[in-house]
Ligand binder design. Structure first.
Ligand SMILES: [Zn+2]
Length: 42
């Protein structure tokens, strides 16, 4: 499965990604975008 940030679309191998559930699907989010995802918007 491709690891790609669901928020910014980054697939930078030097960035840390965490698994998350986005719209009922298992996706990944980078640590930079994690707060955005938690707060549900910009
Ligand atoms: Zn991101």
């Amino acid at each position: 499965m491709e690891i790609k940030c669901v928020v910014c679309g980054s697939d930078d191998s030097e960035r840390t990604y965490l698994p998350c559930i986005h719209r009922g699907e298992e996706r990944y989010v980078c640590v930079r975008c994690l707060p955005i995802l938690i707060h549900g918007g910009h």
